[in-house]
Write a protein that binds this ligand. Structure first.
Ligand code: HH2
Length: 261
């Protein structure tokens, strides 16, 4: 899943693809690079991001989705039902909802749903995230969202542990270390697992080995390492800014089916 943020303030690609022409060109390039899906977002969810109004989010993403949908599958990264509905009308086939709550919109629109875990909101989620047992709690929450999706009639469901969404470095590492258990849970329920670590802050902390944390533009190696790990554990899809690197890693670790066998 290639990331395409049509935003001025995303932590990694903010401002690069705010103009529609540039965003469309970027999406086209990601499909050419081998992306199976391009995830179009019009609102940053980085910690402390300023919320965007519905009209502005629609203005950002709709022309991009319309232009890219004929080229390949598009997901829309939004928490707003109206944006999701309009995106589906424009050709999106998957709703990537980072709200962490049950969401009836995918069933209503007849498309797939990414159900992600999140503690708190972007405004406060990184202040002091706490869990008694992060792996058990996140997996139980996702099992509940999967059950809700199934009873609402959503056919295609992806479970996502929500790396960086209300999690410390240790929480993120624990979730990655135990991601195989999430793969098993998802498989039992006929769902897939999606993981998004790409260039996130915890990688900069871990890769620096106790030194000054690496900034967003210096996290490519750690991104690739984390995605390689995730895919080797059976994760079906990784959400990435660099499609070429992830695809090479995917070819090396093999298909998820082979890893699970
Ligand atoms: N992470 C981000 C945004 N959307 N969706 C899913 N399903 N999983 C994720 O881990 C995830 C996500 C944050 O990354 P990015 O889009 O690069 O940054 P920003 O939120 O600043 O736009």
């Amino acid at each position: 899943m290639g990331v395409l943020n049509v935003t001025p303030d995303s932590f990694f690609d903010g401002g690069r693809y705010l103009e529609h022409d540039r965003a469309i060109e970027r999406g086209r390039a990601m499909f050419a690079d081998g992306a199976d899906l391009v995830d179009v977002g019009g609102e940053s969810t980085r910690p402390g991001a300023t919320p965007v109004g519905e009209a502005e989010e629609l203005r950002r993403v709709l022309p991009v989705i319309e232009a890219l949908a004929p080229l390949g599958p598009i997901s829309v990264d939004t928490t707003k039902p109206a944006v999701a509905r309009a995106a589906v009308a424009a050709g999106a086939v998957l709703l990537n909802d980072v709200s962490g709550s049950p969401w009836p919109v995918a069933a209503e629109c007849g498309v797939g749903w990414v159900a992600m875990h999140r503690q708190g909101t972007p405004a406060d989620m990184q202040r002091d995230p706490r869990y008694d047992d992060v792996v058990a709690e996140v997996h139980a929450h996702l099992a509940g969202l999967l059950a809700a999706a199934r009873s609402a009639g959503v056919a295609e469901v992806w479970l996502d542990p929500g790396i960086g969404f209300g999690k410390t470095v240790a929480h993120n590492l624990a979730l990655l270390a135990h991601v195989r258990e999430l793969v098993a849970l998802a498989q039992d329920g006929g769902a897939g697992v999606l993981v998004g670590t790409s260039n996130k802050g915890f990688l900069g902390v871990v890769a620096a080995g106790g030194g000054e944390p690496l900034g967003p533009s210096d996290r490519a190696e750690a991104t690739l390492a984390s995605n390689t790990w995730a895919m080797a554990q059976g994760v079906d899809m990784v959400r990435v800014h660099d499609v070429v690197a992830a695809l090479q890693a995917a070819r090396l670790v093999g298909t998820p089916e082979r890893q699970r066998g």
